[in-house]
Design a protein around this ligand. Sequence first.
Ligand SMILES: Nc1ncnc2c1ncn2[C@@H]1O[C@H](COP(=O)(O)OP(=O)(O)OP(=O)(O)O)[C@@H](O)[C@H]1O
Ligand SMILES: [Mg+2]
Length: 310
Amino acid sequence: MGNYLRSSFWKPDIAIDLGTAMTRIASGTRNLFVVPSIVRGRSVLRSGIIRDDSSVVELLQPLLYKVRKFGIVRPNVVACVPSDASTAELDAVRECIFKAGASTVFIVPEPLAAAIGAGMDVASPYAGMIVDIGEGVTDCAVIRSGKIITKRAVRVGCYDLRRLLTKTLSAENKICISEDEAERIVRETGVSRTALSAGWITFPGRTERRRSTESISMPVKEIQEQIEPVTRVIVDVAHGLLQDLSPGIGCEIIENGIFLSGGGALLKGMRERFESRTHIPVILPSKPLESVVTGAREMLPIVALLNKRI
Ligand SMILES: Nc1ncnc2c1ncn2[C@@H]1O[C@H](COP(=O)(O)OP(=O)(O)OP(=O)(O)O)[C@@H](O)[C@H]1O
Ligand SMILES: [Mg+2]
C-alpha cells in the first residue's frame, strides 16, 4: 500500500502516440488531446523518426503540463514507437518525453497498442495480425498470448502516397498541385482496383502550359495507377509477413482476421486491397486513428503495477 501511495495513486498516468502527422494523448480520466505534430510550421517527425529533439519537447511540454495532478505531480507515461525503432530512436523518444515533464516513461511497440485499441484479443493463444498504416510508417505484427511473435515495418505511409501523386502529376502531366489538394485527391480516389475506380475527379492545379491555376479533370483510375507503387508497398508488408509464417500460425490468422488501424486504414478501398491480396477477412475498427493511443491507455494499469514493483 505504501508503494502504491508513493507511485500510481498520486501520479497521473497518460498514454502518448507520437505520430508523424498527429500526436495523441489520453489518460484514464481525461479526454483525448489530438494535436498536429508540427512546431513553428515544421513537422517534428519524418517517417516516424524525430527530426529535432527540442521541437518534440516543445510540442509535448504544454500537453504534459495540462495533465499534471494538482498542477505539480508529473505523469507516468506509456509511449508508443514503431516496432522497427532502433535503440537510438527509442532513447530519443524516451529522452524527449522526460524533458517534456514525465516522471517515468515506459515504451511499448506501436502495433501491440494498435491491436489492443482495434479490439483484437491480444491475450488469446491463437495468433492475430495487426497492420497500422500511419502517415509515415506501416507497421505490421503477429500477436499471440500478449506478445509480438513476428513483425515487419516499412517507413512508408499516407505521406508517401501524396508525395508520389504530386511528383507523378508534375513529371508526367506537367501539373502542380498543393499539399492540401493532394490529400483531398488521395482521400477521394482511394486505392481500390474495382468498381469504386469508375468516374472522374476534378481538382485545381497549375499547368506548365498556361502557368495559371485551372480546373483539371482526370479519370479516378489514372490517379489510382499513379499512387499504386506506394499502395503496393503498404499491402505487401502484410502479405510478405504472412508468407513467412508457419502454416499453423497462418491458419490462426485466417480464423482471427487482419485488424487495420491508422489513417491509411480509412482510405477508400484499403480494406478490400488487403482482403484480395491475402484472402483473409479484414477488420476495420470504428476509430482506427485512435487505436494506438486507446490501446496504450488500456496498458496504463499494467504499467502502474510495474512501476509499483520498481
Ligand atoms: N478519414 C480519412 N480518410 C482517409 N485518410 C485519412 C483519414 N483521416 C486521416 N487520413 C490519413 O491518415 C494520415 C494520418 O494517419 P495517422 O494519424 O494514423 O498517422 P500518424 O500516427 O500521425 O503517423 P505514423 O504512425 O506513421 O507516425 C493523414 O495524414 C491522412 O493522410
Ligand atoms: Mg501512428
